[in-house]
Design a protein around this ligand. Sequence first.
Ligand SMILES: NC(=O)c1ccc[n+]([C@@H]2O[C@H](COP(=O)([O-])OP(=O)(O)OC[C@H]3O[C@@H](n4cnc5c(N)ncnc54)[C@H](OP(=O)(O)O)[C@@H]3O)[C@@H](O)[C@H]2O)c1
Length: 268
Amino acid sequence: METMTSLSSQQPSADANEHQTNAQQRGIVILGATSSIAMAIARLCCQPGSRFVLVGRSEENVSAVARDLLVRGATSCDVIVADLRAREQYDDIVQRSREILVSIDLVLIAHGVLPNQYEIDRDVRATTETFLVNGLSAITLAQMFCIDLADHGGGSLVVLSSVAGDRGRRSIYAYGAAKAALTQFASGLRAAWAQHNVHVMTVKPGPVDTPMTHGKKMPFKTTPEVVAKAVLRGLQRKSSTIYVPKKWRAIMWIVRHIPERIFMKLPF
Ligand SMILES: NC(=O)c1ccc[n+]([C@@H]2O[C@H](COP(=O)([O-])OP(=O)(O)OC[C@H]3O[C@@H](n4cnc5c(N)ncnc54)[C@H](OP(=O)(O)O)[C@@H]3O)[C@@H](O)[C@H]2O)c1
């Protein structure tokens, strides 16, 4: 981990919107804090009293997110600079987040990359890299934070998975396989740690209009704000798995049940 900066506000904004008043969380850790979806969630959670630890690999970009949240009324935003492929930094990230916030209500795991499958089809290293970022690092950090939450009385852990993890498709199977692993792991975590007062929620968005999908033709693209509202709702209801928008639950049910011999001929 290279750098850590701490910013705080003594003048919380007065214009808290309806979602801000709904937000229950106070101590919030975000991994992949510059993600567009993560930023939308952070803004909805932002209210006087909200304290953030923001983890990302660009100090400049994560600090910009921190300043934005302070303007919106957050009480403090600490920035941890880390490339989340680096396993040796994870202990430090968990420990420092706990030291800074003392009480952690919500951990959001949002980092991810979406490579072009056709470009990496013959590139084994790119496949490994895709799995490392979307799968292994997210899984490892989810487990470590889950244990930390359990050891401190509980809290919520939200993982951003994807509908892409519901079935291996030719156009997105490296990313989809990593998200499938994350989804399955989160399912086990949820069952294993519920008795320790840890609520694990899996979020499966369909395509969202963010830098990750920029320039890609995808059906039914939604916005980060729609995902953020669904996440806040899911947290309030203690949901296990949410599809965003909801119609993706039905769509993916159908996709999962298409016979393999037909599925193999589909172009997506
Ligand atoms: N957009 C979609 O259509 C969609 C659909 C379903 C699920 N999701 C999932 O939602 C999550 C957020 O995606 P998004 O759409 O908000 O994408 P985004 O705006 O492109 O954000 C991706 C984030 O991942 C971070 N990241 C990537 N590799 C990293 C690494 N090695 N170390 C630390 N941070 C790293 C990026 O950091 P930098 O800013 O430094 O690059 C960025 O903050 C991802 O897990 C994605 O798979 C997205």
